[in-house]
Design a protein around this ligand. Structure first.
Ligand SMILES: [Zn+2]
Length: 260
């Protein structure tokens, strides 16, 4: 078993660039829309309208996820790269068994107060893109280094002092797989981790936090960095907070691995 460590380079500089493209940057942490609606000023009113639309649309899209087609949309354009290919089949990526629910747990030590909502938003995007069923199931006391074959994805908060893999990164993500597959069988990931640098991530606006979670969950599910600069899975962040065509195609393929 080997940890597919992705030393994520969605680092401080690129995050600053991302933040410059968002009107949220003056807000240290996005608050609930009710609070925003009480604020004044043209920009904040616009922000409130955007957020109101956000909260109206998202529950609808959540129901859409529940009845999503088995095979999500793929595109002929865009770029994506898988973290690892099947030893016995070089065109088939390694991923999780898409026919089982994939539990996601949170270690709340050092967490942002709204991490459950933020994560839920990212999980909806990932589920829609893959056709898989990632679901928050509860708390964990584990950290990234403890994760091996837990059968789940851990979301935890750490700092460079306690986990030096976070040096220069807002977050890291990856999964463990068995090194050797039985001849003829499909290799699957058996546990993963998304580790958030609380000294960086916790101060970011909510939509950037969601984008970072989506990026790291993409790693945990089996995507490496995409060469195309506009993909959310690009090494330095794309400036977009949404999956792009290459991301979506790669995630859809990970969601179509054979059932175990
Ligand atoms: Zn990355």
């Amino acid at each position: 078993m080997r940890l597919e460590q992705d030393l994520d380079r969605l680092g401080q500089e690129s995050l600053e660039e991302l933040m410059e493209r968002t009107p949220y940057r003056v807000q240290p942490i996005a608050r609930a829309p009710r609070r925003r609606l009480s604020l004044r000023g043209p920009l904040l009113v616009l922000l409130a309208i955007v957020l109101a639309g956000f909260f109206i649309v998202r529950p609808f899209s959540y129901h859409a996820v529940a009845t999503a087609p088995v095979h999500p949309q793929m595109y002929s354009d865009g770029t994506y790269v898988f973290m690892k290919m099947q030893p016995n089949n070089p065109v088939l990526p390694v991923g999780y068994n898409p026919c089982l629910k994939l539990p996601v747990v949170i270690n709340f030590a050092g967490a942002t107060p709204d991490i459950r909502d933020t994560l839920a938003q990212a999980l909806r995007e990932v589920n829609a893109a893959t056709g898989m069923h990632l679901e928050y199931v509860g708390t964990s006391q584990l950290h990234r280094r403890d994760v091996r074959n837990t059968g789940s994805i851990l979301v935890s908060f750490d700092s460079v002092a306690s986990d030096d893999v976070l040096d220069g990164a807002a977050a890291v993500g990856g999964s463990s797989s068995y090194d050797a597959a039985v001849a003829g069988s499909t290799q699957y990931y058996v546990g993963g981790a998304v580790t958030l640098n609380r000294d960086a991530f916790n101060g970011y606006p909510r939509d950037l936090q969601v984008a970072i979670l989506m990026h790291e969950l993409g790693h945990a599910l089996g995507l490496a960095h995409a060469p195309g600069e506009h993909e959310l899975m690009s090494a330095h962040g794309s400036g977009s907070y949404h999956f792009q065509h290459g991301d979506l195609t790669g995630l859809a393929k990970l969601g179509q691995l054979p059932c175990q």
